[in-house]
Ligand binder design. Structure first.
Ligand code: FE2
Length: 340
């Protein structure tokens, strides 16, 4: 069955936090800039063209969802006529535009937006070319970063949610937004109907246009958060690998004074291949820095990976959740109830 629409990007995420001053400070250390701050709402941007990439509303810790970008106003109208989604509303956030609001099978908010203008003060910045292997891409130009500068974030890139039925979530996001799987993680033989699904990395279907290996990641809430659904992590693409490491240095330096927690990193993933670094804000909501991920068009079929056989990647002695380099995942904490 054809999906209702095929989303073409993710636009921003929305969190709820008890203290917006604390979240603002965390996001500044993390690499964002304040666009707007009122008593009950904080709006932050990166260095890319989008007018904002994270919204934080004031209240008890909660994930308020993420926004997918529709390809056209017609697509936004199409999805607004389906049961889980609302009538189209006009956005009053920076850049304007239009929105239809929905909820997924776990009651997690999903927004679809169209017509948000890029910020008018956007100036394109590019990473330094790299001299790697036998490639001399940077000649007569010195690579220099200002010591202590905040890491530069390009865009909101993907998010992970803990869900009560991983397969049902993929079906739902496929039906409404055209999301397709990249990797399915099984705890045992994939063809056995009894085998539990640990998670699915899933991407946008943009036809021949390459899409990030995953824009959304579903994890089995029964395995990591006592069956409770909610946020696993929000993820931001950095301008370069240097920004992942310089961000790590700043967050390490400030973590005790500001109550930040390193969740996992720095390392290179198997699924998606990104260089990653995960940090929790003082409310324990996990934010990821990452760059240099895989991109796939829609011709690439998904992989069924049996984690018990090490098919997720790594040596058998590394166990599931290994990185190509860097630390392995901490299954006791990653995606636990503290940050939902
Ligand atoms: Fe991620």
């Amino acid at each position: 069955m054809n999906p209702i629409i095929k989303a073409v990007d993710v636009q921003y995420c929305t969190l709820q936090c008890p203290d917006l001053d604390i979240q603002e400070q965390f996001l500044i250390h993390f690499g964002m800039h304040t666009v707007e701050k009122k008593e009950d709402i904080l709006i932050m941007r990166g260095e890319g063209p989008k007018p904002f990439i994270e919204i934080c509303k004031k209240g008890e810790r909660k994930f308020l969802g993420a926004a997918f970008l529709a390809a056209s106003m017609e697509d936004l109208e199409k999805i607004s006529k389906t049961d889980p989604f609302s009538e189209i509303e006009t956005l009053t956030t920076p850049g304007g535009g239009f929105i239809s609001k929905g909820t997924d099978p776990d009651g997690i908010n999903v927004e679809v937006v169209f017509g948000i203008d890029d910020r008018s003060d956007f100036k394109e910045i590019n990473p330094f070319p790299n001299n790697e292997g036998t490639n001399s891409n940077r000649v007569n130009e010195l690579k220099r970063y200002q010591k202590g500068q905040y890491p530069r974030i390009l865009r909101f890139a993907h998010y992970g949610i803990n869900v009560t039925d991983v397969a049902a979530s993929l079906d739902w996001y496929n039906k409404y937004l055209g999301i397709i799987p990249s990797d399915k993680l099984w705890i045992g033989e994939p063809n056995n109907p009894e085998t539990p699904l640990n998670g699915i990395f899933a991407r946008l279907d943009k036809g021949k246009v390459p899409a990030d290996h995953h824009s959304i990641f579903f994890l089995n809430a029964h395995m990591i958060s006592q069956g409770k659904s909610g946020l696993n992590h929000v993820s931001f693409e950095m301008l370069s690998i240097d920004d992942v490491f310089s961000g790590h240095e700043i967050l390490q330096k400030t973590k005790e004074e500001f109550d930040y927690e390193l969740e996992w990193g720095v390392g290179r993933h198997y699924q998606g291949s990104q260089v990653f670094d995960y940090w929790r804000n003082p409310f324990k909501q996990t934010h990821e820095h990452q760059t240099d991920g895989d991109v796939l068009d829609n011709s690439v079929p998904h992989n069924d990976l049996d984690l018990t056989k090490g098919e997720g990647g790594g040596l058998p002695e590394d166990g599931p959740g290994a990185s190509q380099w860097g630390p392995s995942i901490n299954f006791a904490t990653f995606g636990d109830e503290r940050g939902l």
